[in-house]
Design a protein around this ligand. Sequence first.
Ligand SMILES: Nc1ncnc2c1ncn2[C@@H]1O[C@H](COP(=O)(O)OP(=O)(O)OP(=O)(O)O)[C@@H](O)[C@H]1O
Length: 242
Amino acid sequence: MTAAPPAEAHAVEVTALRRAWGGRVVIDGLDLSIRRGEFVALLGESGCGKTTLLRAIAGLDPVANGRIALDTGARPAVVFQEPRLLPWASLWRNVALGLDRPDARARAQAALAEVGLGDRLDDWPRRLSGGQAQRVALARALVQQPTLMLLDEPFAALDALTRIRMHALVRELVARHRPGVLLVTHDVDEALALADRALVMRNGRIAAGHAITRATAALPPLRATLLAELGVGARADSSAET
Ligand SMILES: Nc1ncnc2c1ncn2[C@@H]1O[C@H](COP(=O)(O)OP(=O)(O)OP(=O)(O)O)[C@@H](O)[C@H]1O
């Protein structure tokens, strides 16, 4: 697909973003930037505003305050927890949705091949396993050749083995196409397995950020730090006493 862009290009820059629901401020002056080719995981306790942020960047909700600058102006590709496939459309048509061009089928086939479903073009969503359906959702995102991919807990509903396979696939796809990635996840280990940087969201902002190296010795202390920042370390300690 597209050639790798210069490493310094920003996939998205979010500046002073603010978002309230019914008078309750959920995002409060948040700044965030993601470079192309950079994989960023966003952690934070339930209800802290991760999905609200992702939907704002995706352009799914209007933004009244702050600025969201996408490098090409193109809409990011989004993958949700559920695959959201159209049941009445074949797999290739699901993937090609929104591609208004004569080679749509060929492009959908190439994207399906990349997720290991190149021989299932004319098959139907109802005949897929959960993992396969999520692969189609990934193909639907890839076919847009996005410079930014937004992943909202895309592996949370999968069994552990399928999740590990999907991790390997996503790492491979991101390494090949080098979009910027924002992954919302509850799973610290998933963040450590996939991302270059882990961010913790709290009180409507990015409260902490950590670069992730794959050096084996660095991962356990970073895992402990992230759990403590998420307030889980303290709870785990106190429950261990009971
Ligand atoms: N459409 C909506 N209308 C009103 N309030 C909303 C709406 N969407 C989200 N909220 C509120 O905004 C806050 C943040 O929600 P959000 O879904 O962004 O959190 P989250 O960090 O993604 O949570 P989780 O990890 O549980 O998915 C919550 O208090 C939620 O109730």
